[in-house]
Ligand binder design. Structure first.
Ligand code: PMP
Length: 367
């Protein structure tokens, strides 16, 4: 098997997150605040729609772009919301599938792609996978979008900017003004703006805003994984200018083929589910974390998603996480998501009891 492994795979690794999961596997009854998915059940109507589709023999391939009824519904919602002349949608194999196809469709070898540090782990890996050059924009200590910093990183090779609000791992949400400035900057410089809106349902203090409201060429990637706790079902969707969407579809045809068909029928049902009780629960859990830690930790209040990203006291993020794991508390070191090793990620998608136990351990560790 000499030289079988392609060189592109050496450009990134996944050892950091694996190390955390290896440590986790050794814990007997961990206080687990490391999980990147909701802790509620897939809503009953969504489960029923999936099993009904299976029983009705809707088990084959769908069209590459997704089943008609789901696409039509997404398209009419988008048309009502944005009123853009040229915005079309397709169903992808999760948000991850959409991100992968966006990179393959728009990033040539040597192209630079800007994103904010801390970042979702997949961004630099995907950029490298297609031969692009990841350019991180440090957003510490408040994790806000600073357009001057972005402008300073733009070169003739800049092809794409990725924005993610609400953000993983910080939970920070960008303001409408920040998103407008970023949208205008991308438009003025002919740079593709990709907006990862997977956490858009989880907004606690303000209404969700998308840069697509300000820049009609924004490529938006969204999905049902987080909003409806269906991460394993692999249904996402992408909307943007039709030339980009058609290119992504050409590639989807030869890679993912389509999103799982029964899960697409479930997605159609999911659009009409009222999530307000879950959002209220997560807002309360967010408040538990903020109230429980803010006097002892440097912590930006998360306006969305289900993450908080406090600064580790005394030590590095990685050293602090080892101390926490020694007390059976599972959290993720910030250096998984960042060039810096100063913070750690808490997921508050957990039971109140688990959160309370986690807060107690963190309070004891800070003293
Ligand atoms: N983007 C972000 C910011 C995420 O946190 C995640 C999931 N961790 C994804 C995309 C991928 O989600 P999906 O399950 O839809 O592929």
């Amino acid at each position: 098997m000499q030289n079988w492994i392609a060189k592109r795979t050496a450009a990134f690794d996944s050892s950091g997150i694996r190390r955390v999961f290896d440590l986790a596997a050794k814990l007997e009854n961990p206080i687990n605040l490391s999980i990147g998915q909701p802790d509620f059940r897939v809503p009953d109507a969504v489960r029923n729609a999936c099993t009904a589709a299976i029983e009705a023999d809707k088990n084959g391939y769908s069209q590459t772009q997704g089943i008609g009824p789901l696409r039509d519904r997404l398209q009419s919602d988008l048309d009502a919301r944005y009123g853009h002349e040229d915005r079309s949608v397709f169903v992808s194999s999760g948000t991850s599938g959409g991100l992968t196809l966006a990179m393959l469709s728009m990033v040539d070898p040597g192209d630079e792609v800007l994103f904010f540090d801390p970042y979702f782990v997949m961004y630099p890996a995907l950029i490298r996978m297609v031969g692009g050059v990841p350019i991180a924009i440090d957003s510490y200590p408040d994790f806000r979008i600073d357009c001057e910093k972005v402008a300073a990183k733009i070169t003739p090779r800049t092809k794409m900017i990725i924005v993610n609000s609400p953000a993983n791992p910080t939970g920070v949400t960008a303001t409408r003004e920040e998103l407008k400035d970023l949208a205008d900057l991308a438009a003025a410089n002919n740079i593709a703006l990709v907006s990862d809106e997977i956490y858009s349902a989880f907004m606690y203090d303000e209404a969700f805003a998308s840069p697509a409201e300000f820049n009609p060429q924004t490529i938006v990637i969204d999905g049902f994984s987080k909003s409806h706790a269906m991460t394993g079902w692999r249904v996402g969707y992408v909307h943007g200018p039709s030339e980009i969407i058609n290119t992504m579809l050409k590639l989807q045809q030869y890679t993912f083929v389509c999103a799982p068909q029964p899960a697409q029928w479930a997605g159609l049902q999911a659009i009409d589910i009222d999530l307000s009780q879950h959002i209220a629960d997560y807002r309360r859990k967010r408040d538990m974390i903020v109230d429980g830690l803010s006097d002892l930790y440097e912590l930006e209040v998360p306006g969305g998603a289900f993450y908080a990203f406090p600064k580790a006291p005394r030590t590095s993020g990685a050293a602090f996480v080892e101390e926490a794991i020694a007390k059976s508390l599972l959290i993720i070191p910030g250096n998984i998501f960042s060039a810096r090793d100063s913070h750690f990620r808490i997921s508050f998608a957990a039971s109140d009891e688990t959160l309370q136990r986690g807060i107690e351990v963190l309070r004891a560790l800070a003293k």
